[in-house]
Design a binder for this molecule. Structure first.
Ligand code: N01
Length: 565
């Protein structure tokens, strides 16, 4: 038997205790935390270096929309003290430097295999081990499989008719070439005005001879108001770090937002305008927290949205273009709010044109450009800022096989089902960091991954100490969690938009609530209660091969801990 404190699985033929998929911010923290507990861990990273999303998103203008002093690891005061951010919103190169520095500072690279893609992971019910195969031709056996493959990492280009005929250069922001792209003298077309497109468009306009933006749905975008950080702000953040981090962990968004408590519906125009102007000048995501009712009440939301619509109208000189850029079909914040630097003003430039695909739908892509119902637009370069198969794509693109050889892709064909966004019935000993149905992208990602990793590591260490080797979510617990996820959505306005939060952006993907909207603090409390309650909703076992139906029967040759209530 495995001794408490000893590596897991050593006597059952496991090469590792844990295999981690991905070395972005989640994978790196997982390697660190698992190793701190004496577990044998290897992370496989498909990219040539660590960083995940921040490695791949090298497009010009790429920045985070969460403030730098919040968007960093919070578990170590030393890391906070030793790294100095330069701007309010860090650029992709600065975030990538930070991630590299953390990897070096914590000596994480010795547990990471770069340029190694996980192709398949198969669960062996007889040994309760995962066999993980990579494109390096290696197969490694591990007790646990922890995915940190990213929530927004599986790039998506729609199947536009004729796309294969395009003869020019084509790019996706999430796979931007490391060497950059030469655009001088070129006609550039960009499809998509989500966060990536909105950040890219002003930069493309600076570099290209001509820029045509193909927009289907206009975006609400708030000026980021980026600026250099002052020494005093950095000093204060370091000094108060422990207190602030603890507060953020239990907050709704994983960020300590200044909550005024004011309701926009309680005020008249004369009262609310100065508040909204102040929030607009402050910029960034903070804009959405100016009032507490705009995220939950449609009438309140419309007042906030109207303010932004007026701003767009005041920035964009051509009234037809301004109207095309004005979002009217969904509440502000119901799709991911975008932050920008000079996005709307870019449409005042003579060489920049906007094509509304609502007015003239895209017919096909041809060798030399894009044909819509309104005409033909020749371009040399096409940028598909069309987004990602978010939240599930990075998992279903791997061949992960659980009980009975059933694939995750197959199991989720009718929609993703998870327990807490952390575990999947039928896939024992698999944990998914920021998986679908967890708060993930709705909250500060650093806080989200730290919460998940801490919970997972604690579960694994508990199993080691109790000499258990298999943990699996029950289908009943999954069903209950799905209902809770759906219910949490009802208290928000997210249900009023066709967004990727609900799987609406990928053709054929089932519409469902893919994010838990109840807030990080509430979610953290739920996860802690479940663990304290003996991992309620999971089956834990000391022997392999217990199929779910037999769980609950303690005795015989198997010892099972049935934690389902
Ligand atoms: O992708 P998106 P993204 N025909 O899905 C359009 C994070 N992020 O890469 O809205 C025509 O948001 C689509 O139109 P519509 C952030 O969480 C953060 O921009 O579906 N158009 C939309 O305009 C973000 O939310 C940062 O009608 C089509 C665009 O393409 C997430 O990543 C920076 C189309 C896709 O927008 C994804 O952002 C970058 C079609 N068939 C990303 N299909 C920061 O931190 C799609 N579109 C700042």
């Amino acid at each position: 038997m495995t001794r408490p404190g000893a590596p897991l699985g050593g006597e059952q033929g496991a090469d590792r205790d844990v295999i981690v998929v991905g070395a972005g911010i989640g994978g790196l923290y997982a390697v660190h935390a698992l190793r701190e507990h004496g577990l044998r861990v290897t992370a496989y990273e498909a990219g040539p270096d660590v960083g995940g999303t921040w490695y791949w998103n090298r497009y010009p203008g790429a920045r985070c929309d969460v403030e730098s002093l919040d968007y960093q690891y919070s578990f170590s005061q030393d890391l906070v003290d030793e790294w100095t951010w330069s701007e309010r919103y860090a650029t992709q190169p600065e975030i990538l430097s930070y991630i590299n520095w953390v990897a070096q500072r914590l000596d994480l690279r010795r547990n990471i295999e770069l340029n190694t893609q996980v192709l398949q992971a198969v669960y062996d019910e007889d040994t309760a081990l995962w066999s993980v195969s990579t494109d390096a031709g290696e197969t490694v056996r591990s007790r646990f499989l922890v995915t940190a493959a990213g929530s927004i990492s599986a790039t998506m280009v729609p199947d536009f008719p004729g796309i294969e005929d395009f003869a020019g250069e084509q790019y996706h922001p999430g796979k931007w070439p490391a060497v950059g792209v030469q655009l001088a003298g070129k006609r550039v077309g960009v499809i998509g005005v989500g966060s990536s497109g909105v950040q890219l468009i002003p930069e493309l306009a600076d570099a290209a001879e001509e820029l045509i933006v193909f927009q289907r749905t206009p975006a609400y975008s708030i000026p980021a108001r980026n600026r250099a950080l002052g020494a005093d702000e950095i000093e204060r953040a370091r000094r108060d770090h422990r207190r602030d981090a603890e507060q953020a962990r239990w907050s709704h968004s994983g960020i300590n937002l200044p909550i005024t408590g004011q309701r926009i519906l309680d005020e008249d125009d004369a009262q609310r305008l100065p508040t909204l102007e102040k929030a607009w000048k402050l910029g960034g995501n903070l804009f959405l927290s100016a009032y507490i009712d705009t995220g939950v009440d449609l009438a309140a939301n419309d007042i906030l949205a109207d303010f932004v619509r007026d701003k767009i109208n005041s920035i964009v000189r051509n009234p037809v273009t301004a109207e095309r850029l004005t979002p009217r079909s969904y509440p502000i914040g119901a799709k991911r709010i975008v932050t920008d630097t000079d996005f709307f003003a870019t449409f005042n430039r003579d060489h920049v044109r906007l094509v509304s695909l609502r007015e003239e739908p895209l017919q096909r892509i041809e060798a030399e450009g894009i044909r819509t119902e309104g005409g033909f637009y020749p371009v040399d370069v096409l940028v598909f800022a069309t987004g990602y198969d978010n939240l599930t794509g990075s998992l279903t693109r791997m061949d992960i096989r659980g009980r009975g050889g059933i694939g995750l892709r197959e199991s989720w064909a009718d929609g993703a089902h998870t327990y807490l966004g952390l575990a999947v019935a039928g896939f024992p000993n698999l944990f998914t960091i920021t998986g679908p149905q967890s708060p993930s992208v709705l909250v500060n990602m650093f806080q989200a991954v730290e919460q998940h990793v801490d919970w997972i590591v604690s579960a694994i260490v508990t199993m080691r100490d109790r000499e258990l080797i298999e943990i699996e979510a029950t289908p009943e617990a999954e069903q209950q969690w799905s209902s809770q996820v759906d219910e949490a959505l009802q208290y928000t306005l997210y249900g009023h938009a066709d967004s990727w939060y609900r799987g609406a952006n990928v053709a054929g993907k089932r519409r469902q609530t893919l994010v838990y909207c109840g807030g990080l603090g509430t979610y953290r409390g739920i996860c802690e209660d479940i663990a304290a309650d003996g991992y309620r909703g999971f089956r834990l076992s000391a022997q392999p091969g217990l199929v779910p139906e037999s769980a609950g029967t303690v005795g015989g040759t198997h010892r099972t801990e049935e934690a389902t209530r």
